[in-house]
Design a protein around this ligand. Structure first.
Ligand code: GLV
Length: 338
C-alpha cells in the first residue's frame, strides 16, 4: 500500500460502459478514464485514447493496430472483454512487450444457449411469425401458416469444436440429434462420447448437416471459410448459424444462396462489417439477425467484465494475481513486461 501511495497511479482507459462496481474496482488502483457511452471506435481513435495509458479494458470490436501500439509508449496491457481477439494486432503487441488478455470459459454456456436460440428461431420461422403478427396480418389459424423445418432428430453439424462447440453439442442430446463436427484436431474419444459427436471431414460436414453452426475464431485462414463453394456443398434444406465472427462467412454469397433457395435459412449474430449489415440480408425473410449478443446474458456479461478487470489489475502488478494475469494471450510479452 505504501508503495502505491508514493508512485503515480497507472492510467487506464475503459473503452465502453462496464458495470459501475467493476469500474470502481479499477479505481482502487488506477486513474480511470471510463467512457459513459458506447462508441464505434476507429483504430485511429483508439490510438489517440491509448497514447498516455498504461492499460485498457476494450470491447470486442475496438481495433488496436500497430500504429496505435507504436504511439503508446507506456502501454503494458490490453484486456479484451471477449473470448475472441481478432480486434487486436497480437504480433505487434507481443513485439512491443504489451500483454493481451481475453475472457474465455465464462461465456461458453451462454453462447451455446444463444446458438440454439438462433437455430430454433431460423428453423421454425420465429422472426417471420413475429413480424407477421406485429404487422396485423394474422386473420386466424391456417394449417399451412409459416411451415418450418424439423429440428429434433435432424443432423447437427458443428464447425470448430472448442469448448463452445462442445457445449452446443451437449444440448443436442435432448433434441435426439446426431452430431457431426469438424475441427483442426480431433477430440479425445471420451469428449466425443460425452458430446455424442462424430468427427467428419469438412466436406462431409457441409454435405450432411441439416443445421450447421460455426464456432471458429476469425483468423486469416478462416476468412470466408463459408463462401460460394462451401454453400454449394450444403443441402438446400439446411440452415446455417453463425455465432462466431463476421468475416468467416462471405455475407454476399450467403445472401445470394438464401434468396435463390440454395439454403433454407440462416441465423446470424455476427457480420462482415459490423455494425453495418450487407444490404441484402435484412431484406430476406429466411434469415434471423441479431446484433452480436450471443454472450449477452446479464450474469455472463458481468462474469466477462470481472475477468477482464482481474486480468488488467494483475497485469499491472496489483491484486491477488499480481504479475500473473489469468488469461494471457501472449505469454512472451508477460516476460518482457515483468
Ligand atoms: C464475443 O464475440 C466474444 O468473442 O466473446
Amino acid at each position: 500500500m505504501a508503495a502505491q501511495q508514493t508512485r503515480a497511479r497507472p492510467r487506464v482507459w475503459v473503452s465502453r460502459p462496464l458495470f459501475d462496481d467493476m469500474t470502481d474496482r479499477l479505481r482502487e488502483y488506477f486513474d480511470v478514464q471510463a467512457e459513459t457511452e458506447d462508441h464505434a471506435w476507429t483504430a485511429a481513435q483508439v490510438g489517440e485514447k491509448l497514447r498516455d495509458m498504461h492499460g485498457a479494458v476494450l470491447g470486442v470490436s475496438d481495433p488496436v493496430d500497430a500504429r496505435a501500439i507504436a504511439q503508446a509508449p507506456r502501454l503494458r496491457v490490453l484486456a479484451n472483454t471477449a473470448v475472441g481477439y481478432d480486434n487486436l494486432d497480437l504480433a505487434a503487441l507481443t513485439a512491443a512487450g504489451i500483454v493481451a488478455t481475453n475472457t474465455p470459459d465464462v461465456l461458453n454456456e451462454a453462447v451455446a444457449d444463444f446458438a440454439w436460440a438462433l437455430l430454433l428461431a431460423a428453423a421454425r420461422r420465429v422472426g417471420e411469425g413475429e413480424r407477421y403478427l406485429r404487422a396485423g396480418r394474422w386473420q386466424g389459424s391456417s394449417f399451412h401458416l409459416l411451415l418450418g423445418g424439423e429440428v429434433h432428430g435432424r443432423t447437427l453439424g458443428i464447425l470448430g469444436m472448442g469448448r463452445i462447440g462442445q457445449a452446443i453439442a451437449r444440448r443436442a442430446i435432448g433434441f435426439r440429434m446426431p452430431v457431426i463436427y469438424h475441427n483442426r484436431s480431433r477430440l479425445e474419444a471420451t469428449v466425443e462420447r460425452e458430446c455424442n459427436a462424430r468427427y467428419a471431414s469438412r466436406d462431409e460436414l457441409l454435405r450432411n448437416a441439416d443445421y450447421l453452426v460455426l464456432v471458429l475464431p476469425l483468423t486469416p485462414a478462416n476468412r470466408h471459410a463459408i463462401g460460394t463453394a462451401e454453400l454449394a456443398l450444403m443441402k438446400p434444406t439446411a440452415t446455417l448459424v453463425n455465432i462466431a465472427r463476421g468475416g468467416i462467412v462471405d455475407d454476399a454469397a450467403l445472401a445470394a444462396a438464401l434468396s435463390e433457395g440454395r439454403l433454407a435459412a440462416a441465423g446470424l449474430d455476427v457480420f462482415e462489417n459490423e455494425p453495418a449489415l450487407y444490404a441484402r440480408l435484412p431484406t430476406l425473410d429466411n434469415v434471423v439477425l441479431t446484433p452480436h449478443i450471443a454472450s449477452a446474458s446479464l450474469d455472463t456479461r458481468r462474469a466477462m467484465a470481472g475477468v477482464a478487470v482481474d486480468n488488467l489489475i494483475a497485469a499491472l502488478g496489483f491484486g491477488a494475481h499480481a504479475g500473473r494475469p489469468p488469461n494471457v494471450l501472449n505469454p512472451e510479452a508477460l516476460q518482457t513486461s515483468a
